[in-house]
Design a protein around this ligand. Structure first.
Ligand code: AMP
Ligand code: ZN
Ligand code: FE
Ligand code: FE
Length: 284
């Protein structure tokens, strides 16, 4: 089983990196990618937790904004985690998530919904990338909503009056940076239409020109038609097709390994990194 998209307490997941590795091992996942939002903070712990029978693809899910303001998520896998430009790009996004949260809290307060930055900080594991799920957790604690899911349905989704964007690279910039750091770029859930504005099919050619390697085709937020369209686009553009869980522990319903990537597609993807960077127990 190959699962190329997961989150931990280093962003908005609820399992620590080592707990994630243990869970993956127990469930028979053979290759797992660690892709916290805009962060590589979990890499060392996940690597240290490795044992026989599981391999780790280190990565990050990079929040991007197109020139026209559409939110896009780019999975960067197998890049050099010491690449200074890459680390700076991720840090700029993480830094801007703080004033962005302040603005979202102000909008909620103006509408009579009481929540504070301190609530959000208390809802967030130390060192995590701050995000809307932590705001949702703070609102749950205050009794405003009953779950993250309800929070995203009502107050926190991209179309909501309380939504504020944060600084983020364009998808093309993120792809170029991932490739310059030796990694491979896979666009995450590009047709997850119920989340808000999505990419137009014609947008993919510019991503390919920037160096895109693959498309996340199989993902729970894409219905059967959306997956079929992505399959056709990937085939036409010669891109790798992945499937993955986008596991967040108890932070989302997604189950580890609920969607997977075939060994053939993984081999094709891995071969496009500048060198073999998959981590195994004992080879770090
Ligand atoms: P942010 O990165 O702060 O813009 O928050 C977006 C993140 O919230 C996404 O990347 C998801 O991981 C998470 N998210 C989106 N919808 C939901 C949901 N219904 N339940 C829990 N988490 C969600
Ligand atoms: Zn997330
Ligand atoms: Fe995502
Ligand atoms: Fe994700």
């Amino acid at each position: 089983m190959i699962d190329l998209h997961t989150h931990t307490t280093c962003s908005d997941g609820t399992d620590t990196p080592s707990a994630l590795i243990n869970k993956a091992l127990a469930q028979g996942v053979k290759i797992i990618a660690l892709t916290d939002h805009d962060s590589v903070a979990g890499w060392a712990e996940a690597t240290a937790a490795l044992r026989a029978d599981i391999e780790l693809a280190l990565g990050a899910e990079i929040s991007c904004l197109t020139e026209s303001g559409t939110s896009v998520h780019m999975l960067g896998l197998l890049f050099d985690g010491t690449n200074a430009e890459m680390l700076t790009m991720l840090e700029q996004t993480r830094d801007d998530r703080v004033p962005r949260m302040v603005k979202m809290i102000e909008l909620l307060n103006d509408a009579g919904i009481h929540v504070t930055m301190q609530d959000v900080e208390e809802a967030m594991p130390h060192g995590a990338t701050m995000g809307r799920p932590h705001l949702a957790d703070a609102l749950v604690k205050r009794g405003v909503i009953s779950s993250r899911d309800e929070g995203f349905k009502e107050l926190l989704n991209n179309e909501s009056q309380f939504y504020v964007a944060h600084i983020a690279p364009t998808p093309e910039t993120a792809i170029a940076q991932i490739r310059a750091a030796g990694g491979v770029a896979v666009i995450a859930h590009p047709f997850a239409s119920h989340r808000g504005e999505i990419l137009k099919p014609e947008a993919f050619s510019s991503l390919v020109a920037a160096g895109l390697n693959g498309i996340e085709v199989d993902h729970r937020d894409q219905n059967v038609q959306e997956r079929a369209m992505l399959h056709d686009i990937a085939q036409e553009l010669g891109l790798v097709m992945t499937g993955s869980s986008d596991y967040h522990g108890t932070g989302k319903l997604n189950r580890l390994g609920e969607w997977t990537t075939s060994p053939e597609q993984w081999e094709k993807l891995e071969a496009q990194a500048d060198k073999r960077r998959v981590v195994r127990a004992g080879n770090q």
